[in-house]
Design a protein around this ligand. Structure first.
Ligand code: SAM
Ligand code: SF4
Length: 333
């Protein structure tokens, strides 16, 4: 097979060309929808080394993957993550190297990240009110994240995107302030519906989840939106705001199921290749990597074979189907 020809096609005919790699399950925040307050994190020997993560990324790009997103937990708390980013930035065949971060360390790292070859950056922010920001993140400081967003803009990243999870009783009155903030800076913003990944310790998810239809309705009270045809090879559906440069994305895994165009898989920091966010189908790549008899080709073979396990769709909140017990930080958001 020619190098970089895509050989990752599942049994429903979907081609996988996008991988989300988790570099840590740890984080300097404890967001209420993502983690419980007293988390226990994985011991070091269970997590992949940076070299193992690189080997997995290399295998995926050799199999035709064009886009890699680094996530976690908070990727920027993994020590020496910059060296990994530098190596991934020059992987042959990789068209986009992306990062999702809480932004708390971007004031220091935005420019080095750009120089290391990162193409784009997503920054999560759920409130513009310092006290409320702390309530949602349990420990985060809003001013650090705002400084991080400014630093990312100054570093010259192409399209910066904010991610906001809107939750009833927490921040549903911030849809417009967050939109205004993004629009006034020509950056994009995506609203993500809260997903039932593991048990939340501070609230009942079914009561807090806001549908994106409702969020869009709020925005339309102030702005005129037109559906965009832009494809991002990701799960967002985008709209253009009339008269503005920014786009608004809606990631609606709960109210809408866009599984038919799913083009992605995830690898947890334990090396578990997860075929679907909302299901447990997985393959243990760490076992292949650490089995002294396995070669790089065996790793690629395990990834190719995993395609047969990719489920057709997820079933969030459907009582007929088991719900994921993994929290988002263990999944790789
Ligand atoms: N720490 C980084 C951050 O917060 O951007 C990267 C990892 S985080 C798990 C990735 C994304 O997942 C964030 O935008 C976060 O808001 C989102 N997220 C976490 N738990 C979620 C949940 N239960 N439902 C929906 N989105 C969630
Ligand atoms: Fe950390 Fe991101 Fe999860 Fe918040 S959403 S706790 S910042 S990993």
């Amino acid at each position: 097979m020619a190098q970089n020809e895509n050989s990752l096609v599942d049994k429903f005919g979907r081609t996988v060309d996008y991988v989300r790699l988790s570099v840590t399950d740890r984080c300097d925040f404890r967001c209420v929808y993502c983690m419980t307050e007293d988390m226990t994190f994985l011991p070091r020997k269970q997590i992949l080394s940076l070299e193992e993560i690189y080997q997995i990324a290399l295998a995926f790009t050799e199999l035709g993957v064009k886009k890699i997103r680094l996530t976690g937990g908070e990727p920027m708390v993994r020590s020496d993550v910059m060296s990994l980013i530098g190596k991934l930035g020059s992987l042959p065949g990789l068209e986009e190297l992306l990062l999702t971060t809480n932004g708390a360390q971007l004031d220091k790292y935005a420019l080095p990240l750009k120089e290391a070859g990162l193409s784009r950056i997503n920054i999560s922010i759920d409130s513009l009110d310092a006290e409320r920001f702390r309530r949602i993140s349990r420990v985060g400081k809003l001013e650090k994240v705002l400084a991080g967003i400014d630093a990312a803009r100054e570093a010259g990243f192409d399209r910066i995107k904010l991610n906001s999870v809107i939750m009833r009783g927490y921040n549903e009155d911030e849809v417009i302030p967050l939109t205004d903030y993004a629009l006034s800076r020509d950056i994009d913003i995506a609203f993500i519906e809260e997903m039932p990944l593991g048990e939340a310790s501070d609230h009942s998810r079914e009561e807090t989840t806001c549908s994106n239809e409702w969020v869009r309705g709020q925005i339309e009270q102030k702005y005129r939106l037109i559906n965009s045809t832009a494809k991002t090879a990701g799960p967002s559906r985008y709209v253009q705001v009339v008269g503005k440069k920014s786009r608004i994305g809606f990631i609606s895994p709960v109210s809408h199921n866009f599984c038919e165009d799913c083009n992605r898989v995830r690898v947890t920091v334990e090396g578990r290749l997860l075929l679907c966010l909302g299901n447990e189908h997985s393959v243990d790549l760490r076992e292949v990597l650490r089995d002294g008899a396995s070669t790089h080709d065996d790793l690629k073979e395990a990834i190719i074979k995993s395609m047969d396990l990719k489920p057709e769709r997820h079933y969030f909140y459907d009582k007929e189907h088991a719900q994921p017990v993994r929290l988002m930080n263990m999944t790789g958001g």
